[in-house]
Design a protein around this ligand. Structure first.
Ligand code: ADP
Ligand code: MG
Length: 729
């Protein structure tokens, strides 16, 4: 039987750098060419249809049925002009991926002819046979089917000759079965209240929306090597692998020159992304070998989330043209950095203000401080929920691993703003300090210098860091659907601003001036949220102890972290803000536990299979060789020297035997532990059993396998090694 590893390695030696064909010299020529965007709408829609679509996008006004027919037919005309034959509702089910079911435009007519058809009904609603999507029990309980409904706020686009229509996915009973629905609801909740708060400062603001700029990290690995690693194929990560003598010690990959094969891949990725209107802007090498990052210009959060989902799809698709596989797993390789997806989040107004940008005037700074402090308070009050929003089996491997933010949520705001908050806290009364100031500069908010922009990004260890004009939520995993952390962040902020408004009104009703009321509440919140702020090294042991003293949660694993989704506090929060019902939260909780269990289960099976089918036979083969060799030695050497000489040999044989027995025993015990865990009915208890009774064998088995990899003749080893996987040839 040929060794697949060597066949794969052989292939990697002959990889060409794929030629990249740009559609035009300028990206601006083809940017958005596959999107039914504002320009196309103006061209293809009647004025009536255009106006009502704009109203739907900007104000959420319902589109009349007859207008949807017009829009559908315009979409069809535009799409057919680009060779499109099919359409699909594109949605994000709870699997975390995206889903689509294609239907042809073509419809048979009498007389053996056919016509292309796409009507309003097909645009606005579809009923995919969705019974196999996870619903966390919602559909089982209610015997209801799911349907998808058009989200006009995210533009339709063309992917591989198919018109894709972004949709929400809901059960007939009204419960959401996706991540987009709560995201859209959270945006509405936030808009409603944030407008009121901004109007304390800027009367003419009509809309506030969250913005998101994600940074996507990923690994590239040659397709041939990938295929020779069943663990990569089935779990997206390596379950075994002795560390490479050199990996990231020299930090020579980070921001280094991009390998020409990887660069060609990125260039094609950018072309495809740009055609779809994804504003990819940066690309660079990351810390680990073969690890990379790309980031777009930020966008309104719903669009940014869709674009990230789409980008993850493109990564996979484009990589194939370059003989690469993209690994989005949070920890594909032990011992080198894992991958995350920083979520840069801010709030913008329809008048072009970034509410997290410190201003030039005292008034602007006052507004900035008001929003900033409300975020601190929101994160302080709901840190556990934020932690839950990024929980997954893959991310557990990364959080707190001295390369990524810990599982403890804290906020970093930088020295300058810390000092500013401190000064504000000490200010006795605003009026006294402002006697001689003009009325439109009512408060003596300490000035925040503009150099701030360059100064805030120093702390790389914080999970939630202020970086000059936005917050960067760094604990998000690389494979995550960013809708999850985003709807949580939006909702806790909306809820906080509602409380803020009520607190301010309580004081103004008593006769206090509005600015004074705002100021005193801000002061109060600064004090109340102090424990969430941490400026030091979040990777340190001291911080773990300190955080515990402060009463911050530290949930190292997904099953325990998820609990925050179904706490009374969370259920009330989402209900109050009309983002999710108890049923929807419970279903997500169940679904995520289920997913966790399955991920661990699959990993355990892959590990067992590989150990028994690949590793042990190889070890025995090598051991037999040593035995043969020893026998041979005995024949040619006198018995006295043999005793001395054979010592090495026999020692090796014994070591191999020991590792073989240990692997066998641990795999058997792991299988038994799995059997026991599978008997447990309760999902939480089952997840805990998988974590505590099954996962404990992972490191043990791996230890022995990696030792064998180190000892056994390189020629016999069946799995591509870390030194081969991690470096692009
Ligand atoms: P770094 O790696 O130093 O954090 P990057 O340039 O890789 O910086 O990423 C910064 C990200 O922050 C980009 O995606 C950018 O679009 C985004 N960003 C900048 N301003 C905002 C904002 N106001 N709201 C949301 N995201 C923002
Ligand atoms: Mg960043």
């Amino acid at each position: 039987m040929p060794n697949l590893r060597f066949i794969a390695l052989e292939q990697t030696l002959h990889r060409p750098v794929e030629k990249v064909r740009y559609p035009s010299n300028k990206a601006s020529d083809y940017f958005g060419s596959m999107v039914f965007n504002q320009t196309v709408m103006r061209e293809y829609l009647t004025e009536e249809a255009h106006d009502s679509l704009q109203k739907a996008i900007k104000e959420g006004v319902r589109i009349e049925r007859k207008v949807t027919d017009q829009i559908a037919s315009a979409m069809k005309a535009w799409a057919m002009g680009k060779g499109v034959t099919h359409y699909t509702h594109w949605f994000h089910p709870l699997t975390g991926a995206t889903a689509e079911k294609h239907d042809a435009f073509i419809n048979p007519l009498e007389g053996g002819r056919a016509v292309e058809e796409f009507m309003g009904d097909a645009l606005i609603q579809q009923e995919p046979d969705a019974s196999s999507f996870p619903s966390g029990g919602i559909r089982n309980t209610f015997e209801a089917r799911g349907y998808t409904a058009w989200d006009p706020t995210s533009p339709a686009f063309i992917l591989e000759n198919t018109l894709c229509i972004p949709t929400i996915f809901v059960a007939y009973t009204g419960e959401s079965l996706d991540y987009k629905t709560p995201l859209l609801k959270s945006m509405k909740a936030l808009d409603d209240i944030a407008v009121d708060i901004v109007r304390y400062f800027n009367k003419n603001v009509q809309k506030v929306y969250p913005t998101l700029g994600w940074e996507q990290e990923y690994f590239l690995v040659d397709t041939a090597l990938f295929s020779a690693r069943p663990d990569l194929v089935l779990t997206g990560k390596t379950v075994f692998g002795h560390s490479s003598a050199k990996d990231q010690q020299l930090s020579d990959h980070y921001f280094g020159t991009i390998h020409s094969r990887a660069l060609a891949f990125m260039q094609e990725l950018e072309i495809e992304a740009h055609k779809l209107g994804i504003p990819l802007k940066t690309r660079h090498n990351e810390v680990a070998p073969s690890q990379f990052e790309c980031a777009p210009v930020f966008e309104e959060v719903n669009i940014a989330v869709d674009h990230n989902q789409l980008l993850m799809h493109l990564l996979d698709k484009v990589a194939r043209n370059h003989n690469f596989k993209v690994l989005l797993h949070e920890k594909p390789y032990a011992g080198v950095n894992g991958s995350g997806k920083h979520n840069n989040w801010s709030l913008a107004t329809n008048t072009g203000i970034n509410l997290l940008s410190p201003g030039k005037t005292a008034k602007e700074n006052f507004r900035f401080i008001t929003f900033l402090v409300n975020i601190l308070k929101a994160v302080h009050d709901h840190e556990e929920l934020l932690r839950a929003s990024i929980a997954s089996a893959g991310n557990d491997m990364r959080l707190g691993a001295n390369e990524a933010p810990p599982a403890i949520i804290s906020v970093f705001i930088g020295e300058q703003i810390t000092r500013t908050l401190h000064e504000i806290e000490k200010m006795p009364s605003v009026r006294e300090l402002n006697n001689n100031q003009k009325k439109d500069v009512p408060l003596n908010i300490p000035k925040i210098p503009e150099i701030l922009f360059d100064n805030t990004d120093r702390n790389r260890t914080s999970p939630f860091a202020f970086t000059g004009n936005k917050f960067e939520f760094r604990a998000v995993g690389s494979s995550a659907n960013t809708a999850k952390p985003m709807f949580v962040l939006n909702t806790i902020m909306a809820d906080q601003l509602i409380k803020f408004k009520a607190d301010v009104e309580k004081m103004t009703e008593k006769g206090m001036e509005q600015d004074d009321a705002i100021f005193s509440i801000v002061k109060k919140y600064i004090k109340e949220s102090r424990t969430i702020r941490f400026e030091g090294n979040s990777y340190s042991e001291e911080w773990v102890k300190e955080a515990e003293k402060r009463g911050l949660s530290n949930h190292g694993s997904t099953p325990e972290a998820l609990g925050a989704f179904i706490s009374k506090k969370t259920i009330d929060l989402f209900k109050r803000n009309q983002v999710m019902s108890k049923k929807e939260l419970t279903s997500r909780y169940e679904m995520k536990l289920e997913k966790y269990i399955k991920k661990v289960q699959i990993e355990a099976r892959v590990m067992g299979d590989l150990a028994i089918n690949h590793i042990l036979p190889t070890a025995i083969l090598y051991q037999n060789r040593l035995i043969e060799n020893t026998r041979g030695l005995k024949e040619v050497i006198d018995s006295k020297s043999f005793v001395k000489l054979a010592k090495n040999q026999t020692n090796s044989i014994k070591f191999i035997s020991d590792h073989i027995s240990a692997i066998k025993e641990n795999v058997e015990n792991m299988i038994e532990a799995r059997k026991q865990a599978n008997k447990i009915e309760n999902a939480y208890e089952k997840a805990i059993a998988y974590r505590d009774e099954v996962m404990v064998y992972f490191d043990r088995i791996r230890y022995h396998v990696d030792k064998l990899e180190f000892m056994i003749d390189d020629e016999l080893w069946p799995l591509p090694k870390y030194r081969e996987l991690l470096f692009i040839r």
